[in-house]
Every structure is written in C-alpha cells, then in structure tokens.
Design a binder for this molecule. Structure first.
Ligand code: AHR
Length: 863
C-alpha cells in the first residue's frame, strides 16, 4: 500500500465519520449504496460475516474479498463455530443487529449488535426451541418490539416460529406462525461469478467507506505482522553494518514491577501427569475413562497402561467397595495359579537409574481374608529383572503398603510388575512408584530436572493450574481446588480438557509447595463461575455459568482457598493445610479469576460476585481479572470495561502472535492508561521456536520492562511439553522421560528472569540508519536491581547485520570495570543455541558490538 494512501486511511479512521463524509464529497462518491451481507456456503459459515457493495444491485464489489467482520463464537474450537444464513437489520435507533443460525440441529439462534458493523457487542445464543432446530432467522421491528422468526424442520416438516423481544436479552416464548408470514427478505446475488445469499440494505457511502478502510488497515497490519526472517533478506538486502549510540540517563528513572517475569504452568502436553509430577506409573488408580477422550479411543479405559503378564490370574476392574468414593475403581485379581503379574507400562515406559531408590506403595485388600505376599519388581521388555522386593498384605479391608525398590541398572523402558505369591482374590488400587530423588526431596514430589529447569528462570511467580484447564470443558469440568488437596486416594481425578486424564496428584498443595521451593509467588487461577468459552459440553455456546443458586458455595470455595493458603492453623482451612504438612501460611497474594472467558452478562454477574466477595473479605489479595483470548476484539474491550468499572487491580491479557506482530507492536503498552488496572500478560508467545522467534520475544520484553509501571507480570505460554504428547506448539521446554530440552525462547525468559530490575532507566538509541524498519529491530532496556545495585543493559538486534554500539552511561557512578556479558545469537532459523557468558570491560562510555540476530545482556556492578 502506498504510504500516502495509508495515511489517509489512518486519519479517516482516527477522526471518524465527519472526515469520511468530507472525503467522499471531495472524491464525488455516491451518497448511498447497497450493502450485501452474507456468509459463504463453501465453508458452511465458518469464515464469518462478509460484505459486498453495489450502486445498482447488479454489480457487486466484495470487501476483502471475504474479509471477516464478525465471527461466530458459539461452540468448541474449529468446525463448530459457524455463522449460517446471517440476517442483517438496522433498528430505528441506528443500531445494526445480526441474527444467524448456528447449525442444522440446535434450537438456538445467535444475535450480535453493532453501531458501525466493525465493533460488535458480545454475542448471545437464546435457546428458543427444545427439540427442534432454528434455521434462517430474520428480524423485523414493529411498535417498539423486535420479532425474530425462523424455520424449523427437524420434525420432518417445515414450520415457522417466532419470538419477540425489546432488548435481545429477554424473549417471549416461541410461537408458531404461518410460513407465508415470513419476510423472506434474503436475496441471491452474484459476487465474482458466484451466487451468494444474504440481505441487502441501503446505506450511506460513508459506512461502506469505513468498512473498506477497516479491511485495508487490516491488510496493512497483516503485511507488517507477516514480516519474517525470510522477508528480511529482501528488506535488508543492501543493509551494511550499523553504528549506534545508546545513551542511558541515570537521572531519568521510574519504578517498575519487581515481579515482571514469571512462569505459567498448565497441565497441557502431559506437563503434569507423565511430566513434572514425578509419579512413574500411569493410571495408578484405574480411573482412566473412555470419556476422557470422548470415546474416541477404546483403549483409553480403566485398564489403560496395565496388562497381565502370564495366565492364571484373571484381572478385572471393580467398583463395589472403593477406598474412597472419589476413586471408584480398582483392580481385582483372582489368582488360580501363582506366577502371573499385573504390569504397568508407565508413561512411554519407566525410566530408572542404576542405584537409585524408588518408593513403591499400593492399597491392598484381601476379600477372601487370606493374607498374601506380593513380589514387586522392575522388569525389562524381555523380562530382565531390574530390581525386586516383596510386601505382605494381610488385611481384609484396604490397607496401604509401602516398600523401596532399588534399580539394578539404568533403563528407559522399564515396567513395574506385581506378582501375588498366594492363590485367592486380591484387590489393588493407588499403585504408585516414585523416585526418592524428587525436587527438594518431597514425597509425592516433582521431577528434579524439570523443576530445576523452571527454577533456573528465577520466576517471581507461578500461575497454575491453567489456562483452559482452570475453567474446564463445561461446568462439570471446572477445576475445583478442594478436589486436589488431601490424601491422594481421596482426590478427585477428572478428564483433562486437553484430551487426557488428570490424576490431581499434582494438586494445590504441591503447586504452592513448588512456589515456595523456588521463591516464586503462587498465582492460582480460579474459574469465574463459567467454563471455557470453547467448551464442547453445556449447550448454548460457552456456555452458561454455574447456576446462581450454587454461586454462593462457589464464592465460598474461593474464600476458603485464601484461608487454606494464608489462614492461621486455628482456622478450619488453615488447619487442613497444617495437617497436610505446612503449618506456616503460604503467603498468597494474587488470585486470578477467570481465563479468556467470553465476556457476556453470564460472566459479568458471576465475576462481580466473586470479585466483590474477595475484595470485601480479603482486601490484601490482588485479584486479577480476565480480558479475553487476544489483544483486541469484543472480549478484550468488554473485559477491560468491566475491570475498569469494578476497579479490579489487574487484568490478564493473552496473545499468541507472529514474530512480526511483536516487532511491530512494541508500543502496545506505551499507550496504556496508567490510572486503569495493571496488566498481567499471562500468556504470550510468538509462533515458533527459532532464534528469530526468541529474539522477537526478547525485543518485546524490552517494551514490557519499559512499561513495567503498568505491566506487572508476564509469563510465556505454554511452558512444558512432553515429546510425542503435545496438543499445543510451540512450548518453552520440551522433555521426554530422561531429557529436558529448553528452547531458545527459554533462554530469553531465563535471561530476563535472572537479570530483572525494579527501576527502569531512560535510554536513547541513535542509529546510523534511521529507517523505521531498521529502528524497530534494535531495542534496548536498562534496569537497576536495587538489591544488588547492578545496572543491567539488555540489547536486541534483529537485523541481519552487526550493530557497533557505543554505550554512554550518563550519571552512573561507581562502575566496576569488569561486567558480565551474555550473548544469545544464531541464524534466524536455528532452533538451538546456548547463551554464552563471559566478562567485558565497561566504563561510563564503552563500545559493544551487537552481532546480527542477537540478544545481549550486560550486567554491571555499581558498588
Ligand atoms: O496456553 C495454552 C492455552 O492457550 C491456555 O490453556 C488457554 O488459556 C489459551 O487459549
């Protein structure tokens, strides 16, 4: 796009309609034109709402073409989100209403409204039919009432129904009407040689012009945001090495957050069970269920990861007298002939190390009241014995037995076998094998290597347990913290929204303990009384919320969490914490309420209840609200409105974007209103795991430090991913059973975590080439850490050429001439690189060369 034209578009967008009118007069545009609104059949409405315009209703010019002005939010991610047969209608008050059908079977239509056809208010999905569908909805207005009618044909015959409303919130009940009374206003027009069906409205040219400008601005943004290492080779083909002078002004500083860099842990990609949680046996409690994977995997059942070695001891799953109602299933063996063993395969095998000790435990019951001896052994695929021990089970009711296994050799694919030595019946549950070597040696603890890798970031906080896991797939799947504390056998396992199983073995106690171990603030996220906006279950989109009659109890659960974490041992929940082994309070300061929720009335009502209750009872707690899954759009705007109205101290923003987005949005927070809620950038990442991605994040993080007075916290997402079990890429740290593989993005997080400060110093960068695309790719942030009094200079060079800098530290005294220098660099497409650390000489004025595609950190002692 030509810069001059772009400027015109920008000015027009900024100044609004009067200017647009003036532009159209100047350019002799028509006063009014026809606007056609439609969605396409080729993708069954999945693309969203499109527009085309015409002066004569014959020749139609598509906007975009097929630029999406409205996207349906209903249902789970992907195929379910459809905007079918949209009907656009302008009410006498000038507000545009769009109603559409969601699919061929639901008795629900969708509604959204907009002043300008660009920004749309939250969508609603009124359930108007119980056992019938809702097709081709249309709207009319009469005597202050809107009438929405539709066709239903699920019963085999076509019928027309309607409801009335004055506000699109409350509707009359559905009534049948004669089919002939329908408006049948939809028309078929030809757009680029293809027939499309939709509604035609006569509108002012200015409206169409604003739609065109919106599309052009987006096209321009898309072009910028798609800038990549590949396009760099053209863009910077003739660029030569550059010079830069960076002047740091010690007298111009501001306080910034001292907890900016943290981590976000979610049980996604097998991050918990099979990952950070050190349990080596899979499905230890026989609670895996077909429903975890919605029946798509027939092997995913109570027997998953278990099999019988040998014969003569048939193994079944029983649920007649469980250890605890939350843990209903167990294995029942009838041993006719001694020799057969029950084998667990672990998660992709069990990794053991020669000489290491493993804690084995099992709940056993002998329904035949005959005591039994069990041989417990680690075996190889071909029956090799990697270590064995025996336990005796004498109780007829459930009893926990414990023993230690010592591995005779190192193996990555061991299995655990339990061989009863006596005939008769025996029942087994909660069969567990833990390395003794867990992080900080805790029982029921965490994998040392993974936990240490996280700790090495020096995160100031840990957000858990999700993400989408926190608010769950439908109301029944909301993560309830109380189900995850207490004895393991009483915890309530459930389906993991990411399509596997959650044991809750890594529960709230373990999360808080981990935070304490690594000196990070715990940041639990509680659902805002609504499940994930992409829920597959629940009906009518998200959605719904916890019934209002149950909300008091839900709010109480949140208050109880605070008491559990911080209360004195004499309080009800403080006592429970103490009994679990932690009499000292956990010092909880932050609670997140909600995660990327659909911001609608259902959300607002519940969020407000929870927020007000916490604020009243625990004013010392910083509540973090939610503003949707991205950096713009309805949830973002409405979420911010609610948070601002309620005075919520902080909101959680999320965005996953291209490196080009991060490069071109470094001013994102420069324009944030400092009097409004602070920001927790709870989830962000650029799409990929290359040096180029990591540098775009490093570049953007300089802007987060610069805005550390409004951005209080930030965490890359997701953090952990087990190879072969990922539902989401990229992630920060990949791993398998024996190796941890930090990405280059990890090293950026680590360098920021290890080199954070609490004061930001103004710096000025003068480059020998002032071209905007060059300027954007060199970023600097200078902070001071008041604990060490160190001055930390971070410099990112995303250019294909080196930048010879001269660093001037104005007004900085007591500079120790030997500083620590760390450089992370590589080819932009590289996926591996290690930061290299050394020393360098520094003074109030010193040179430093930033290699092409590099991130440089200089840590200077000043006392
Ligand atoms: O980080 C992965 C997912 O991304 C989170 O669960 C969710 O909050 C977001 O959509």
């Amino acid at each position: 796009m030509k810069p001059a034209f772009l400027l015109l578009c920008m000015i027009a967008l900024l100044i609004g309609k009067p200017t647009l009118g003036a532009v159209s007069q100047m350019t002799k545009q028509p006063d009014s034109v026809y606007l056609f609104s439609y969605s396409t059949e080729k993708d069954a409405g999945r693309g969203g709402l499109y527009f085309a315009w015409s002066t004569d209703q014959e020749n139609w010019t598509p906007i975009g073409p097929e630029f999406r002005f409205l996207f349906c939010d209903y249902g789970r991610w992907g195929a379910e989100k459809r905007l079918v047969t949209p009907f656009l209608f302008q009410a006498p008050d000038g507000i545009w209403h769009c109603v559409w059908s969601l699919n061929e079977h639901t008795g629900t239509f969708a509604h959204a409204e907009s002043k300008d056809l660009i920004y749309w208010q939250p969508q609603t999905y009124p359930i108007v039919m119980k056992n019938n569908n809702c097709l081709q909805p249309e709207v009319s207005f009469n005597n202050g009432q809107y009438r929405i009618s539709w066709i239903s044909d699920k019963s085999g015959k076509q019928q027309a129904f309607y409801v009335t409303t004055t506000d699109f919130k409350n509707y009359s009940s559905a009534k049948e009407m004669p089919l002939k009374d329908r408006l049948n206003f939809r028309k078929e027009v030809s757009i680029s040689g293809k027939n499309e069906t939709g509604t035609i409205r006569k509108v002012a040219w200015e409206l169409v012009e604003s739609l065109l400008n919106k599309q052009k601005l987006n096209a321009y943004r898309d072009q910028q945001w798609s800038e990549s290492a590949k396009t760099d080779s053209l863009r910077f083909a003739s660029l030569k090495n550059l010079d830069a002078t960076i002047t740091v002004d010690n007298s111009k500083s501001k306080k910034i957050s001292d907890i900016l860099v943290g981590v976000f842990f979610e049980d996604i990609n097998y991050a918990a069970d099979g990952g950070l949680y050190a349990e080596l046996l899979q499905n230890r409690d026989f609670e895996y269920a077909l429903s975890d994977k919605e029946g798509n995997d027939k092997t995913w059942n109570n027997r998953k990861a278990w099999h019988l070695n040998g014969s003569g001891a048939p193994f079944s799953i029983d649920s007649v007298s469980p250890i605890h109602p939350n843990n209903a299933h167990y294995a029942a063996l009838n041993i006719d002939k001694v020799g057969a063993g029950l084998v667990n395969e672990g998660y992709d095998g069990i990794a053991i190390k020669a000489g290491e000790k493993y804690n084995f435990s099992v709940f056993v019951s002998n329904p035949d009241k005959k005591g039994k001896k069990l041989v417990v052994r680690l075996i190889g695929k071909d029956g090799e014995n990697y270590g064995e021990t025996t336990v005796s089970a004498n109780s007829s009711g459930w009893k926990k037995l414990e023993t230690i296994l010592i591995a005779k050799q190192t193996a990555t694919d061991a299995q655990l076998e339990i061989v009863p030595q006596t005939t008769g019946s025996i029942e087994l549950d909660m069969i567990s094998l833990f390395p003794q070597n867990t992080f900080k040696g805790h029982k029921n603890g965490l994998r040392t290597d993974l936990a240490q890798t996280i700790a090495n970031i020096h995160p100031r906080f840990v957000r858990f347990p999700g993400g989408c896991v926190a608010h769950g797939d439908g109301l029944g799947n909301i993560y309830r913290w109380k189900n995850t504390v207490g004895p393991l056998e009483s915890r309530k396992p459930q389906k993991n929204l990411w399509g596997y199983h959650q044991t809750a073995g890594l529960g709230y106690f373990e999360y808080f303990q981990f935070c304490e171990d690594i000196g990070a603030a715990p940041l639990p996220v509680i659902a805002a009384g609504v499940p994930c906006q992409n829920s597959a279950t629940g009906g009518a989109g998200q959605q719904g919320g916890i019934p209002m009659c149950d909300m008091d109890n839900y709010v109480q659960d949140v208050l109880d969490l605070i008491e559990w974490a911080n209360g004195d041992v004499k309080t009800k929940w403080g006592k429970i914490r103490a009994e679990a082994g932690h009499p000292k309070p956990f010092n909880l300061k932050y609670v997140g309420i909600g995660n990327e929720d659909l911001i609608n009335d259902i959300f607002e009502e519940r969020f407000t209840m929870i927020y007000k209750a916490v604020k009243e009872k625990h004013p010392e707690i910083t509540v973090i609200g939610t503003v949707g899954p991205t950096f713009e759009g309805t949830d973002y705007v409405e979420g911010w409105k609610i948070a601002t109205k309620l005075g919520v101290p902080m909101v959680d923003e999320h965005y996953y974007q291209s490196p080009g987005w991060f490069i071109n949005n470094q001013d994102f927070y420069d324009k944030y209103d400092r009097s409004k809620p602070k920001v927790y950038l709870g989830e962000y990442a650029s799409w990929g795991s290359t040096i180029y991605n990591s540098l775009s994040e490093a570049l953007y993080l300089t802007s987060l430090e610069r805005n550390g007075d409004v951005v209080s916290m930030a965490s890359y997402a997701p953090m952990l991913a087990k190879e072969g079990h990922t539902q989401w890429n990229p992630d920060l740290i990949y791993f398998n059973n024996t190796e941890v593989k930090p990405t280059v993005d990890y090293f950026v997080q680590q360098l920021y975590g290890q080199n954070s400060g609490d004061t930001y110093l103004k710096s000025d960068v003068k480059l020998s080439d002032e071209n905007e695309s060059v300027r954007k790719r060199v970023a600097v942030s200078v902070v001071r850490d008041s604990k060490s009094n160190d001055l930390i200079v971070k410099m990112v060079n995303m250019l294909p050429v080196a930048v010879s800098t001269r660093l001037k530290l104005d007004g900085v005294s007591n500079i120790n001439p030997s500083a620590m220098l760390t450089v992370l660099t590589g080819n932009p497409g590289d996926k591996t690189a290690n930061p290299v650390t050394g020393t360098m000489s520094v003074s109030n004025d010193f040179p430093c060369t930033l290699p092409a595609y590099s991130f440089t950190v200089i840590r200077i002692k000043t006392k």
